[in-house]
Ligand binder design. Sequence first.
Ligand code: SER
Length: 884
Amino acid sequence: METHEINNRFLTFFENSGHSRVPSASLILDDPNLLFVNAGMVQFKPYFLGEVPPPYPRATSIQKCVRTGDIDEVGKTTRHNTFFQMAGNFSFGDYFKEGAIERAWELITSSQADGGFGFDPSRIWATVYEHDAETAGLWSRLTDLPAERIQYRDAEDNYWDMGVPGPGGPCSEIYYDRGPEYGREGGPAVDEDRYLEIWNLVFMQEIRGEVSPKQGGPVLGELPKKNIDTGMGVERVAYLLQGVENVYETDLVRPVIARAEEFSGHRYGANHIDDVRFRVIADHARSGVMLIGDGVNPGNEARGYVLRRLLRRIVRSMRLLGVHEPVLPEFAKVVRDAMAPSYPEISRDFDRISDVMRAEEEAFLATLTSGSRIFDMAAEETKRSGGGILAGDKAFQLHDTYGFPIDLTLEMASEQGLSVDEDGFRTLMQQQRERAKADAATRKSGHGDLSVYRQLLESGETEFLGYTELQAAAKVVGLLADGAPVRSVAEGGKAELVLDRTPFYAESGGQIADTGVLVGSGVELKVLDVQKIVPGLFVHRVEVVSGEVGVGTELTGSVDAHRRMAIERSHSATHLVHAAVRGAYGKRAAQAGSLNSPGRMRFDFTTAGAVSADVLTEVEEEVNEYLQTDVEVQSYVTTKDKALELGAIALFGEKYGNDVRVVDMGEYSRELCGGTHVDRIGQLGLVKLVGDASIGSGVHRVEALVGQDALRYVRKEQLLVSQLAGTLKVPTDELPARIEDVLTRLRNAEKEIEQLRTREVLGSAGSLADKAQDVHGVALVAERLAEGVDSGGVRALAAEVRNRLGSRPGVVALFAPAGDKVSFVVATTAAARDKGFAAGKLVSAFAAAVDGRGGGKPDLAQGGGGNPTGIEQAVKDLREALAG
Ligand code: SER
């Protein structure tokens, strides 16, 4: 059975029993605790917690998931995918254990002809949580499962939570026995390879704290209702139903392996080591495409780093299979063809996805090239010093600085007959990890314990009035100082303050937070920042200017309107620039980030190639031309599907729920956006692009000034130009030619001065030669020159003096002091060299006296030193060398 069909049957089965079909959420749902969505329940979390009333009592979904905690297991086991699909059914306070068990059993054991998966019931096992006899009883009562195939397991195995504080509960897992050829008898408790987990039923009923009940931590309390959260591993079911040996050989993954076979000429199935590489490639290629599809860009931190690591592991694995050419865009195509039937967005957005992969691969291949050079040098050095082991710190440097994975280093070392000090490498890696951990811990503590904020949410989300009001009365419903709840804060104190309603915009979607004041009877506060620390809760960072504020205090909030309007102009300008950039570069130019601050906007987007100045000029031209239409900016709330149908640009980091806000600026720009905007685009006045730069693989950044700020910028530039014109005494449009002319004349003059100086220096050659003194039959000219003759001049002069000494044995040594340095040149005549006086050797005889070093050929040598006061001593040493 094909994977798409498995998904289809699952959804249909649950739809037929009253579940609403809900599309997969983005892999990067806005949850401060999660890097990636890692389970079907994530998008429903607010419903479990009771933060938001569920729009339906039951739901079913196929959720895109990424888990990279076991990345090193990928390809080695039968069942570890970094990207996988989780099929789930959910009940929000509706049915509980009974409904979940009955339904799961029916779907897996019904025959395929009846729409089920047709698993042989005699091969099914179930596990239950050790204190949960109720569930074991239900399995016996509701299904044909005999008691000996129901096993009790401890919290480690049969308690489920998100890995962070939040909802959780005991679970019951369903296993399939692959048969005696795959391992030992005894059920899942004995062997999880032979007995493969296919479905997890979680009885979501409580809240866990910092320490998971899996590790013996306490349960903090009950959820408002008893819920069901199940997750069936689609890839695992696929591999069982498709009669293959592991998740990598299923219909949606295997095609990448086939493509990699074509590229490499190696055959999958020939040997274990290569097979692991093939599977890594296939798994990671899919994860890469899906992550980029949801808006992740390769980078050095957090999500971007995970993506980068996945993509680099593909390139590295291909290299180990002998392929050095770019491969990622080709693999991306194969993934697209496999995945698009379930995830059409991959097709729609394919050009961009492919561009991001290409850019990252090119960057990494360049890295590999420079890293290979460093590797070769290190290998050479190791061999030269007679060793056979490449040092651990070299391997670490290759890894740390050049992104060289250790197994690539190992492989390359073994090609050269070397081994690597892996222990040394690992020690250094461990030290680095600890440093990183310490860093992360410091960062985290800055945010305090999120549970405090979650508790505040219990009395409801903050009502945001700022789309229409800049001033509003409100009541303090929460007050924190240093991350802990307090009753009041007095004059001079700082606090975090939550209101029941607020006109202040909290930073999000690139729009920075509002500032302003909160005033009540006898109390005044300054609002410094506003953040939504947990979704729905606006936390105002305030300073108490006078009086005292407490929970319950009534205040009137006034947003700094002037500043807000400048921010709005920037934000609206960002939408227009975005639209224009997409017009110029096509849909593949996707927004990768933005910042809207008063009067200034920044917009990052991804493109494959370079961005030309001409195109940016056109973008600027187009945006400003469109401003003249002065269209009204309209915003409205609609469903996600409707918005996409209308062609709205949807950005990542989507919010929970199905309702979205759309902002239109005529037909020109339509985006999902929660920010605030001007009423009519004419209010922008002027949008002036002031700079653009590339900020890493495929990402480009443009900055622009808006409104009065744009005008000021233009005026400043204009003033600068007219000042220059005044100084150079030409009309402004003749400036470039005049500056060019002035620069040419300056360069010529400099050249002339240099020639004159050289001539002058050389002019002294005759008188210097006349000063020659005889030292044991050698004519010696040893002189200190005037300050500041450059080393070229000294050399020319020394050669000229030597010429004047003619056929005599002669040595010329000239010292040119410059500040606290001195450069020197020694030249010898042929006759002196015949007597055994080589310039290079003579330098060694005196260099120490000027704290210097130098060297060269027998006829001419030069050097420099740090002690001009030693020149006399140097001359003495030279004389002695000639005499001895
Ligand atoms: N949340 C559970 C899991 O991820 C069941 O969906 O396994």
